[in-house]
Design a protein around this ligand. Structure first.
Ligand code: BGC
Length: 753
């Protein structure tokens, strides 16, 4: 390959922004110049997020990469011809999928979704996204899985294995410590090596080791003063040398600043890139600031993946994925993951011969998923109201008509927005008391939905988003008063992408179903759970605190803005984001690690979720195997309730904390039972490796499992521990010795118990 060919291969192309009718530009978005020659190359897949350069002389084709984590985001209508469409299946968002705690299900979703990616002609899906839900206000939390890296890692590995089993590649993103949207292009994350290793990198590490994704996407932010895409310690020493990553690394779109440092760091592909970067890399090779050996490595990493790609293999994609089959997978994933938070006096399941009054905008206009690159152009969305009708309920027509008219009118008067904006929420419709009074006598129960949307480019706000709006509070109060006076039940369905405040109003509801943002079949999935056709089995992979002030990062999120140096002024506004800094002074005490250790009672704890049946846990036994340095824990789960169900079983460890502070409990393994019929049992076996016991000791730059007494706790949640046993580790064990890397440049005063 010539130098010019190499520098073209390591810089991508092909990003096109399609503005909706009525939108001329995106405020603050000034994109760098593209190569006019590239712009003339016809797109393989309209609406894909980008491409690599082909080198026809050598038979190297161009790879196509598409967003995003909940379904392939491509243009559904092309060349104004609606006789042939390219709609994609909208799967449930990441937070919902993780709430299944079911790696078999995630593999199935990955395989169906991956097949769709392949049939639409794309090589690599830009997902899954697995940043940690550090703070409830994170604008992209819906795309991410959990506040916990072990759930995150295994769920990611399962879906990546599913995707890649269908012959396409993944780009796990955003590597790393990209936990907010405010100032996202330029925020410097100040974080300790221990918190990085144990919390923010761990999920990526598990996914790399268990699934070997084709690619990794570096993130926009800086870590301890350097852009992630320019950190060799992160992208080469840790990712490749320590974890054994074999694919290539690409930047997030226009992420980082210096293409030379990016190449040298091992960020192999710059996306979507432009001719200026290719030129800068060529000059750097000529003057020796990038060695030819380095550039060859970057090129080789990309070529190795191209050789595996459907495009290289000339896969004859159909543009006709099996939409019906994939819709069924989407529905199953949603049904198996929704979480029953509250169910007083067995309000649910609700017999389908009942008549129900359905309130709330999103009951008639479901939010299937979040906005931005995580959005999907889907053919349809089943609303909860439709789902109830499909399930056999008699849905009150008066409210259905009122809401449909109200929501349709409100949407018609909205101003058009671009992909980087979230549509402003429609305030809840005022309820006429006389109409309500008339409905109470003719219906058996009331169902109210509360909806939230968010997306790329902005974090969520406290008022009117984390907390309910005044209109929502009035709606809940009014319906609860009226229905409860008539001794009728009120059920609340949460159609949200991230955590909201619940504690202050939950007593108004007899039952609460957390449906998250459940994809295009969401209404049917909600109907499956409400009717009891499917017994809920999802559990929280993130904590719902009593109040925002309890969140360990409440005082540091989203950080502070830094003064803008004059030469940076021109870069201002580019995709949003000012120079800023956020310090993770809660260290490793994120989510339940904080609430459990510091005895802060949450509204609903990590790992919590109800069922229509009950389970007993019994017979925990531990065995150690000195040969492979593992221990096994066996526990039997019995369904001793009235209906069939599945149970998510969690294994936590409480470790000695003499030399290093430790969280009170840490999740180390989890499993979901099969569908257990009443009276039936299943024995689950967990394996605990000594390395699972270790903490990252910064002074020693090593993972050390401290000698002492360990408690194995098997729980139905992080608080509800039902079986426990202990074992002893006679001497300290060094699980892995690393070199000091990613070191903060300032002293972080970290939270300690
Ligand atoms: C997002 C990525 C996405 C990329 C391409 C970026 O703005 O952060 O998650 O994959 O755009 O659309």
């Amino acid at each position: 390959m010539t130098l010019e060919e190499k520098t073209k291969l390591v810089v991508g192309m092909g990003f096109k922004i399609t503005l909706p009718p009525g939108v001329d530009s995106i405020p603050g978005l000034h994109l760098p110049p593209t190569d006019p020659e590239d712009d003339r190359i016809p797109e393989k897949v309209a609406g894909a997020a980008g491409r690599t350069h082909a080198i026809p002389r050598l038979g190297i084709p161009s790879l196509t990469v598409s967003d995003g984590p909940a379904g392939i985001r491509i243009n559904p209508i092309r060349n104004n011809d609606s006789s042939k469409t390219y709609y994609a299946t909208a799967f449930p968002v990441g937070t919902l999928l993780a709430s299944s705690w079911d790696t078999t299900l995630l593999h199935k979703v990955g395989a169906a979704f991956g097949n769709e990616v392949r049939e639409y002609g794309t090589d690599i899906i830009l997902g899954p996204a697995l940043n940690i839900q550090r703070n409830p206000l994170g604008g992209r939390n819906f795309e991410y899985y959990s506040e916990d890296p072990v759930v995150t890692g295994h769920i990611t590995a399962a879906i990546v294995n599913g995707f890649q089993s269908s012959g396409i590649g993944t780009s796990i993103k955003h590597f790393a410590a990209n936990n907010q949207e405010t100032n996202r292009m330029q925020v410097n994350t100040v974080v300790s090596e221990r918190a990085l290793r144990e919390i923010y990198l761990k999920g990526f590490e598990i996914a790399i080791k268990e699934a070997q994704p084709w690619t990794v996407m570096s993130s926009y932010n800086l870590i301890n003063g350097t852009y992630t895409s320019q950190r060799r310690d992160l992208l080469t020493t840790i990712l490749r040398n320590e974890w054994g990553f074999k694919g290539f690394v690409m930047t997030d779109w226009w992420g980082g600043k210096d293409p030379i440092q990016q190449m040298n760091a091992g960020n192999d592909l710059i996306m979507p890139g432009g001719p200026d970067q290719s030129k800068a890399i060529a000059t750097a090779v000529q003057n020796g600031t990038i060695s030819m050996q380095q550039l060859d490595e970057n090129v080789t990493h990309i070529l190795n993946i191209i050789l595996q790609s459907p495009t290289f293999k000339k896969y004859p994609y159909s543009n006709h994925p099996d939409a019906k089959a994939h819709a069924l997978v989407s529905r199953q994933a949603a049904t198996e993951s929704m979480i029953l938070l509250r169910n007083n006096n067995k309000t649910l399941p609700l017999a389908t011969n009942q008549k129900i009054a359905v309130f709330g905008n999103t009951a008639y206009d479901l939010i299937a998923g979040g906005t931005g690159s995580g959005d999907v152009n889907k053919a349809y969305v089943i609303t909860p109201a439709q789902g109830f009708t499909n399930a056999g309920y008699n849905v009150d027509e008066t409210w259905k008509n009122n809401y449909t008219t109200y929501v349709t009118q409100a949407k018609a008067t909205r101003k058009p927005i671009s992909i980087l904006e979230t549509p402003p929420p429609i305030p809840e419709m005022p309820i006429d008391p006389a109409t309500l009074a008339a409905t109470v006598s003719t219906t058996d129960a009331a169902i109210i939905t509360i909806g939230r949307n968010a997306g790329e480019g902005a974090d969520r706000k406290l008022e009117g988003d984390y907390y309910l709006t005044p209109e929502e509070k009035t709606l809940l109060q009014q319906i609860a008063n009226t229905y409860h006076e008539a001794h009728k039940k009120v059920i609340v369905i949460l159609n949200i992408g991230g955590v909201i405040e619940i504690a202050s109003w939950r007593n108004l509801a007899d039952a609460i179903l957390l449906a998250w943002q459940p994809g295009q079949e969401g209404g049917n999935a909600i109907g499956d759970i409400i009717s009891g056709k499917v017994n809920p089995s999802g559990k929280l992979a993130t904590t719902f605190p009593m109040d925002y002030k309890d969140v360990p990062s409440a005082s540091t999120f989203p950080g502070k803005e830094l003064p803008v140096p004059t030469e940076q002024m021109t870069a201002q506004g580019f995709l949003g984001g000012k120079p800023a800094e956020v310090t993770y002074d809660e260290g490793i005490y994120v989510g339940y690690r904080y609430y459990n250790t510091f005895h802060v009672q949450p509204a609903y704890e990590f790992g919590y979720g109800m069922s229509y049946t009950t389970f007993t846990y019994s017979g925990l036994t531990l065995n150690s195997n000195t040969i492979n340095d593992t221990r096994t824990a066996r526990v039997t789960i019995t369904n001793n309730g009235p209906v069939a169900g599945k149970e998510v079983v969690q294994l936590y460890i409480s470790a000695p904390a003499n030399k290093t502070d430790k969280p009170a409990e840490e999740l180390k393994a989890f499993a979901k039972t099969n569908l257990l019929q009443p009276g039936k049992s299943q024995t689950i076996t967990f394996t605990i490796h000594t390395s699972d016991l270790a903490s990252y000791n910064t002074n020693a730059s090593a993972w050390i499992a401290e000698a002492g007494k360990y408690q194995v706790k098997i729980g139905a949640s992080s608080i509800n521990i039902l079986q426990s046993a202990t074992f002893n580790l006679p001497v300290d064990k060094i699980a892995e010795k690393d070199t000091p890397l990613l070191t903060p440049q300032v002293n972080i005063k970290e939270l300690k118990p």
